[in-house]
Design a protein around this ligand. Sequence first.
Ligand SMILES: Cc1ncc(COP(=O)(O)O)c(C=O)c1O
Length: 483
Amino acid sequence: MKRDPGDLRMIPTSPAGRLDGSGNHHYFPRHPRGQYVVIAHAEGVYLYDEEGRQILDGASGAAVACLGHGNRRLIERMKAQAASVAFAHTSTFVTRPLLDLASRIARYTADPAAHVYFVSGGSEATETALKIARTYQVAAGHPDRYAVISRAISYHGATMGALSMTGVLKRRHIYEPLLSQFPRVATCYCYRCPVGRDPDWCKVECADEVERAILAHNPDRIAGFIVEPVIGSSAPGVTAHEDYMARVAAACRRHGVLLIADEVMSGVGRTGRFFAMEHYGVTPDIIAISKGISSGYFPLAAVIVSGHVFDTVRRAGSGEFVHGFTYAGSPIGAAVGLEVLDILEEEQLVARVARLGDLLLDRLQTLRSCAMVGDIRGKGLLVGVEFVADRATRQPFPAPMGVATRVLQACLAEGLAVYPGGGSVNGLSGDHIMIAPPYIITEAQIEELVAKLARAVEKVQAQVDPALAIAAAVEGPAIVEGS
Ligand SMILES: Cc1ncc(COP(=O)(O)O)c(C=O)c1O
C-alpha cells in the first residue's frame, strides 16, 4: 500500500521525541532495534530535537563537528563553491580547491614533498592507505608484501579492507569470513597493560611486539603497520607511552614496512596538535585524516603520503594507482576543508584545544567519586572515561549489562550527548564513553558538560549492582549490540 509521505512524519516519533525500532517507518537505522532522537536543528555546541529540547553535543557526533554547528562561514563557502562548480570527475579533471587544499594540508607535515589523495570518509581513507601501501611495495620491487599489521584494540573503519585492519572483535565477528586475516599485536594501553607491567617498571615491551610480529609473519609479506596515535572509539583517549611510537617507527623502517597513522579521529587539531603523531615526534609514511577536516559540513577525508611513497608509486612499477571513488575529490568538500583550516588558524583553535583539554581532564576528576569510574584519560579534546565493576581489579561489567549505553541514555535525559563504546578488554566487554566536544566549547560549557555527565553517571551507578555484575562476568560475556 502506498503511503502518503505525510504519514511518515507522524509515525517515527514516540512521545519522548525518539525514532523507535517499531518498523513503522522506512528508515534503516544503525541499530534496527535502537531508539533515536530526531534532531531538527543545531547551533554552536548544541543540538535541538523536534520539540526544541537542547542537547549539548559532548562528542561532536563522533569527534566530527569540531567547529560546532551552524557556522556561517562554512555554510557560505559551501554555497559559493556549489554555485561555481559542484562536481568534476577526478579521472579527467581537477579543481582549484583540491589543489589548494592539498598544498595547505601538506604544509602541516614535515615533508615538503608530501602528496594528498582525497576521499569522502574515514573508512575510504584507511582503505585507500592500505591500497597505497600495497601499491608502494609492488612498485618498490616487493610484490609479496600485502599485509598490514594492526593493533588488537583499534578501529580503522567499516569497509572490508578497513575492517580487516580493525582489531576490536565486536566490530568484526560476523564478517570474519569476509575479511583478510592480517596479523595483530597488543595495544599500548597502560590502564590494561598487555604485558602486565606496573607503570613504574614499564620498559615499553609492547613496542617490541611489532618487530616480533613482522619477523614472525615474514617481513617479505608485510606492507605496513597501522596505528591510532591517540585511540578513538575503541578505547577513547588512550595515549601510547612517550617512547612507543619512536620504537615502533624504527622497527618499521628496519624492515621496509610503512608506518600508517590513522588520524581519522585524532587529526586536524583534536588532540591539541594538528596531527596527534606530533606528540611523539614521529613522522609516518602515510596519514589518514577525516572528521575534523570538514567538521561534518561535507563528507571529506584525505590520505597524506610522504614524497618518497608518492615518488615510488609514480616513477617505479606501472606508475599507476589503481583505485578511485566517483565522489572523491569534491570541490565543495575541498572548499569546506580550506575554510576549516582558515578558521583553525585565524582563531588559533588547536592551541585552544590543548588548553581546554587540560581543563576538561581536570574537571572530570570529580567523576572519581563514583565507584564505577575506572579510568579517565585523554589528549586535548579526545577524552575517554572507562567504567569498571570493580575498581581494584579493573574487572569490566558484563557486556549484556550495556553500561556504556545506559550512561548515554542517562546523559541524554540530562541534555548531553556522549559517544558510548565497548570491547576494549577482550573484544567484547569493557565499557567506555568518549567525550570530544567541539573546539569552540567555552569554559562554562565544559562545566555544564561535566555537571550533566556526573549526574548521569551517578544515576547509572545506582542502577548497576557491582556484586551481580561481577558474578555475571564470571559466567562469561555475551555479544551485544555496540555503539
Ligand atoms: C580512527 C578511525 N579510523 C577510521 C574510522 C572510519 O571512519 P568513517 O566512519 O568515516 O568511515 C573511524 C571512525 O570513527 C575512526 O575513528
